[in-house]
Write a protein that binds this ligand. Sequence first.
Ligand SMILES: Cc1cc2nc3c(=O)[nH]c(=O)nc-3n(C[C@H](O)[C@H](O)[C@H](O)COP(=O)(O)OP(=O)(O)OC[C@H]3O[C@@H](n4cnc5c(N)ncnc54)[C@H](O)[C@@H]3O)c2cc1C
Length: 375
Amino acid sequence: MNTLTEEQKILLANVQRAVRDKIAPAAAETDRTGTFNWDVVSLFWDLGLFQIMLPEEYDGWPQNPAHTLCLAIEEIAKACASSSLLLVIQAVGSYPLILAGNGDQKEKYFPMISDQRNLMGYLVTEPGAGSDVQAISSTAVLSDDMYVLNGRKVFATNGAVAGLYSVLAKTGEKELTFFVVERELEGISIGKVEDKCGFRGSNTAEVIFEDVLIPKVNMLGKPGEGFTIAMGDFDMSRPAVAALALGLAEGALDYTIKYARQRHTFGKPLIEHQAIQFILAEASTLIEASRGLMERAAIGFDSGRKNTKLASMAKYFCSDAAMKITTDMVQVLGGYGYIKDYPIERMFRDAKLTQIFEGANQIQKMIIGRELSRK
Ligand SMILES: Cc1cc2nc3c(=O)[nH]c(=O)nc-3n(C[C@H](O)[C@H](O)[C@H](O)COP(=O)(O)OP(=O)(O)OC[C@H]3O[C@@H](n4cnc5c(N)ncnc54)[C@H](O)[C@@H]3O)c2cc1C
């Protein structure tokens, strides 16, 4: 691990305590009931975790924000992936404002996030546009000094619980533009709330816009800059998803090692069978490699270097590793890995999403390939 600053060590110790006392004990029940845990939300505000990516004057981290965010996400994901996703989406949803917001927008919306504790949503995906962001069909049409927003966004993390959204819409035939949108506006409604395989404590909802009037001043950046802003956001968010996947994998391995020390077969602890040791050795090695990639991508982002290729590598490598490791840990626990009294089957279900969202892994490989082919 990279050397941590004193501030990072203090934050991490606070997060570890919160995980031990509050998050880990609630993880199984949150998954079973599929309910959104507002207590965890309050805890994260109190710990300053939702503010990490904001400018310093709004309680953000002046140095190493992306790396610090990743450290917190990793630690939380060891016990509860749904809770750790709260931090990812808060950063992803705020980032268009951080990257492209003007002075007036920042003065209005950063206090709404930091002081009034609004959760963020990031509304890009539509029924006809997932991987292919440019295929969105939601429209924002200028009428006097208001934009009229129409469309249907799906799979929005925090969709039904966020107070503010970053919404991508078409402002012209080939022009994609981000807007900051307050959820209370007339014409916004929540559609289907998804019943998911994993991340069951995370809210995933459809958000419908019908003739919603958005003040022109809520446009982030200039008309047509939306795609570039979305790609800039990914450079920050993909290391964060990599950290989430890494934490999941570590949580699964740690649990399985303890289990394999206690479980006996053929007269000795499971962990003393070489075939089991090989599985654990492979998982442990993949975790160390994952950490190296995730940290390079996050620290690269903080230093201002272009990290697009590393961010995609970290996202796909760490999520593939998490899927393999959680699958293998089910195997090591045998039948006990497959039942809900043990946390491994939850981690296995949660790991799958990390290969799909924030750009599915096939898309990450397309990006790496494109970067390699650049002269
Ligand atoms: C729980 C959950 C939470 C989410 N949260 C959000 C959110 O907060 N905000 C938001 O905007 N979106 C969110 N998403 C959407 C997510 O980002 C998309 O599901 C993802 O980008 C994939 O899009 P898709 O599901 O439409 O799959 P598709 O784009 O239909 O792709 C299907 C499969 O084909 C592959 N594929 C597609 N095109 C190619 C190609 N050219 N070459 C090779 N393979 C290809 C993909 O990798 C994928 O495996 C969330 C999704 C889920 C399930």
